[in-house]
Design a protein around this ligand. Structure first.
Ligand SMILES: [Zn+2]
Length: 92
């Protein structure tokens, strides 16, 4: 997560549109995950960012590494977010 952020912890302005969209998506996921702290895949209302996909994002926090795993409910889109602790979206 931290490589998307500037020195003040905001999403860096100087990024290609696609990277900014991804960073915004990550911010939403971190915000939600750090509020609900889901230990198994849980549904959220966060829209998948894949073009033409109407899926929503399911999230869980991996117990052993504290990484956030996210996965689309409809397409193959999925990934992990690390280094989110202490960012401005960390609600713990
Ligand atoms: Zn999707």
């Amino acid at each position: 997560m931290t490589h998307f952020l500037d020195e003040s912890g905001n999403i860096a302005q100087e990024m290609p549109t696609e990277a900014r969209e991804l960073a915004s998506f990550f911010a939403l996921v971190v915000d939600k995950a750090s509020t609900k702290l889901p230990r198994r895949l849980s549904a959220t209302d966060i829209r998948c960012f894949e073009k033409g996909c109407a899926g929503t994002t399911r999230i869980e926090i991996i117990r052993s590494t504290n990484e956030i795993r996210w996965m689309c409910s409809q397409c193959e889109n999925e990934g992990m977010i690390s280094k989110w602790e202490g960012t401005k979206w960390d609600n713990r």
